[in-house]
Write a protein that binds this ligand. Structure first.
Ligand SMILES: Nc1nc2c(ncn2[C@@H]2O[C@H](COP(=O)(O)OP(=O)(O)OP(=O)(O)O)[C@@H](O)[C@H]2O)c(=O)[nH]1
Length: 341
């Protein structure tokens, strides 16, 4: 390798780890590879087990990475994993699978690289190129190795160990990013993105621990987090912020949609059969994020709404701004000043 290729590679690696945040790092991998490989397209897929798309049972789907910032209508549909022979083969072989696609004149090579995480293959990198260049293939393999190790490190740092959801530290970082993005009147915000934060708290969870023990309590938390992951969309941000407290941040929703989404989740939990424990319920307090907010003020509003839900019978979902508007919750001027509807 020449000195100039070396420094280009070093530059690419530096660029790759510039943003120590999982989603940004994933997007960075695609950009970096695009810079150094002569590919027609490079796509990263995450494997998700989704329930909502197939009514009867959960199924694995391949969800394209890099669309979390866009509006729902722009999202490509997830691919059913069992329909994708090349992905299945790469998954089984734990190695790259190369296939020639298209007709003679417009043929392309599609290389599917499986990416191994701690729970097995969790991602795939698909590279389409006109020519197979050995040096580039080796480069891609090395980059993926580096990507995998660094991703494991980020996951360890940013995810909750029990549930795999984003942890409290990630929550504070993400909140600051969202607030800053709302404050900067950039073109990307021309659609007036509205973020709604929902705080979930399992009702009478102490009883679960006291009756069945802490281990069963942990299992309930795990099932609860799976219900969150399956009910919300791939691009919603999902966190475990405390013992039995979870948060979802959803984008581009008005009060009516937020109300619908939270009610739907409340029903999912109400109907879910938790092994050994049976049924539990959840109380939900939501609020909208304003450019003038701080993470602590957002959480304070969500907490007040949640407290209201707990005080008024539990197993219900309420929105802070609606409680204030209807006079059910009294707050001081600075809080009631927020008008996002
Ligand atoms: N198993 C388990 N329990 C936890 C964990 N973190 C917190 N808890 C328990 O969660 C329970 C929270 O109880 P409380 O906040 O008193 O409220 P609650 O019983 O859920 O009742 P309400 O929220 O008022 O409906 C406590 O018993 C904590 O010990 C955890 O990681 N695992």
């Amino acid at each position: 390798m020449t000195r100039s290729t070396d420094s280009k590679l070093l530059l690419s690696l530096t660029k790759l780890i510039e943003k120590p945040e999982i989603k940004a790092f994933q997007c960075s991998l695609i950009q970096t590879l695009n810079d150094i490989i002569s590919a027609d397209s490079i796509t990263l897929y995450e494997m998700h087990t989704l329930k909502k798309l197939s009514k009867a049972q959960a199924e694995d789907f391949l969800v394209r990475v890099g669309y979390d910032d866009r509006l729902e209508k722009d999202l490509p549909a997830p691919m059913r994993f069992s329909d994708e022979a090349q992905f299945l083969m790469a998954y089984e072989r734990r190695d790259v699978v190369i296939e020639q696609i298209g007709d003679q004149e417009n043929s392309l090579f599609r290389c599917i690289y499986p990416i191994l995480g701690i729970k097995g293959v969790t991602e795939f990198l698909a590279i389409d190129c006109k020519k197979l260049i050995k040096q580039e293939q080796e480069l891609a393999t090395r980059f993926i190795g580096f990507y995998r190790n660094y991703l494991a490190l980020l996951n360890d740092n940013q995810r909750d160990h029990l549930t795999g959801l984003l942890n409290r530290k990630s929550f504070d970082d993400k909140m600051m990013q969202i607030i800053i993005s709302l404050g900067t009147g950039s073109k990307r915000n021309a659609d007036k993105a509205q973020y709604c934060l929902a705080l979930f708290d399992i009702d009478h969870f102490k009883r679960v621990n006291d009756t069945y023990g802490h281990l069963v309590g942990d299992e309930v938390l795990l099932h609860f987090s799976q219900c969150i992951s399956e009910t919300f969309r791939e691009y919603d941000l999902l966190f475990r912020v405390g013992g039995e407290e979870f948060v979802a941040v959803i984008r581009n929703v008005n009060a009516k949609t937020a109300e619908f989404i939270m009610e739907r989740f409340r029903h999912v939990i109400e109907a879910y059969h938790f092994p050994q424990v049976g049924h539990v319920t959840v109380s939900i307090g939501s609020t909208f994020i304003a450019p003038s907010d701080l993470p602590v003020t957002i959480m304070d509003r969500a907490d007040k709404a949640l407290y209201y839900a707990k005080e008024h019978g539990r197993n219900q979902s309420v929105i802070f701004e609606q409680l204030v508007a209807s006079g059910k919750l009294q707050v001081d001027i600075t809080e009631s000043d927020i008008d996002l509807f």
